[in-house]
Write a protein that binds this ligand. Structure first.
Ligand SMILES: *Cc1c(COP(=O)(O)O)cnc(C)c1O
Length: 359
């Protein structure tokens, strides 16, 4: 049987998302997936014999309180990644519509569009990694394929920078009556003052993505959130699977967001964030003194993007010492760059030790 022939054209042609786990590697210092380096322990409190609620009310209420939105503006999904895909399934007609995003950026926007036969329009970021608004406006004006969803990542993975708030407002104005603007805030917990969540009431076509995978230290849980105008949430709920959130996931996510040991979710995240920022500052300083380092870019997230004079050599040297980082050198404008997740202080020290030896 020729399964290649049986499969859909767009799937046969697809290069799957190269997740850190898929690429693999050998080592004991994992600085390649922007995970939090330490785990908290949780125990299950809910029975498993019943189907879970599609949208567990206690979890929605807990995250709504954390994010400062109303429960009807919120959807919980299997990670933010499921929501990226759900938005395409709910709003883009295969073979007819398009999504737009601005490389260098997170890879899943393009991969999700491709699996559904939805066109990918890309508008490269400017030299300082801001939005090229005239080019985006031109793309939004085209009718075939028609851009229905614009994804921007804020702060942007992997460049680490924030987007200018005035530019984001201009983007929202130019997309009005045309497309949804999805602001991916996967890392906003590391710079919460820069969130655009308070804009939701002014821009009904604004959609914000969040996750428990990064600052909440729960990447293995697979739990993400979408914040949007209630009517947009209702459309997404039409397209989502009947039981997207396993009962243990809802159970643990609710615990992570609620009071536990006299400390609530917000306080725990604040503690994680303070630790990451402290180690990020230390690593940035230490890297800037390594002769193999060409440039360390400032970052608002839990990683540093670093340009090396001989990136292949550095990647190999780190790998040989069991330190796994993420190669970004194939992304437009990022030749020579690796993305290094902020680990524990000890893990950061081990990476620096190796880099000091690389000539
Ligand atoms: C990690 C990440 C996600 C995915 O989050 P999950 O909730 O783990 O699916 C989404 N967007 C960006 C930019 C990310 O880096």
């Amino acid at each position: 049987m020729n399964f290649q022939e049986l499969a859909r054209d767009c799937v046969r042609a697809l290069t799957p998302y190269q997740s850190a786990r898929r690429i693999g590697g050998y080592g004991d210092v994992w600085l390649n997936a922007n995970e939090f380096p330490r785990a908290e322990s949780y125990s299950l409190t809910q029975p498993l014999n019943r189907y879970p609620e599609c949208q567990p009310p206690a979890l929605l209420a807990a995250y709504a309180a954390y994010a400062g939105v109303r429960a009807e503006q919120l959807l919980v999904s299997r990670g933010a990644d499921e929501s990226i895909e759900l938005l395409i399934r709910a709003f883009c007609e295969p073979g007819k519509d398009a999504i737009l995003y601005c490389p260098p950026t997170y890879g899943m926007y393009g991969v999700s569009a491709e699996t559904f036969g939805v066109t990918r329009r890309t508008v490269l970021s400017t030299k300082d990694w801001q939005l090229d608004l005239p080019a985006i406006e031109a793309a939004l004006g085209e009718t075939a394929p028609k851009v229905k969803v614009v994804y921007v990542c804020h702060p942007n993975n992997p460049t680490g920078n924030l987007l200018d708030h005035d530019d984001l407002r201009r983007l929202l104005r130019m997309a009005e009556d045309k497309a949804l603007v999805v602001i991916d805030e996967a890392y906003i917990d590391f710079c919460p003052d820069m969130s655009t969540a308070s804009w939701l009431s002014s821009f009904p076509h604004l959609v914000i993505l969040r996750t428990l995978s990064k600052a909440f230290a729960l990447a293995g849980l697979r739990c993400g959130f979408t914040m949007a105008y209630p009517e947009v949430i209702q459309l997404l709920l039409k397209a989502i699977t009947p039981y997207p959130i396993p009962a243990p996931v809802a159970d643990i996510a609710t615990q992570a967001l609620s009071d536990k040991y006299g400390e609530n979710g917000l306080q725990r995240v604040k503690r994680n964030v303070a630790e990451v920022i402290n180690n990020r500052r230390w690593l940035q300083q230490a890297l800037s003194q390594c002769s193999c380092v060409d440039r360390v870019f400032p970052s608002e997230g839990n990683w540093l993007l670093v340009r090396f004079s001989d990136v292949a050599r550095v990647f190999r040297a780190l790998g040989e010492q069991g330190i796994v980082v993420r190669d970004q050198s194939k992304q437009p404008g990022l030749a020579g760059c690796l993305r290094i997740t902020i680990g524990t202080r000890e893990e950061c020290e081990r990476a620096v030790q190796v880099l000091k030896e690389v000539q």
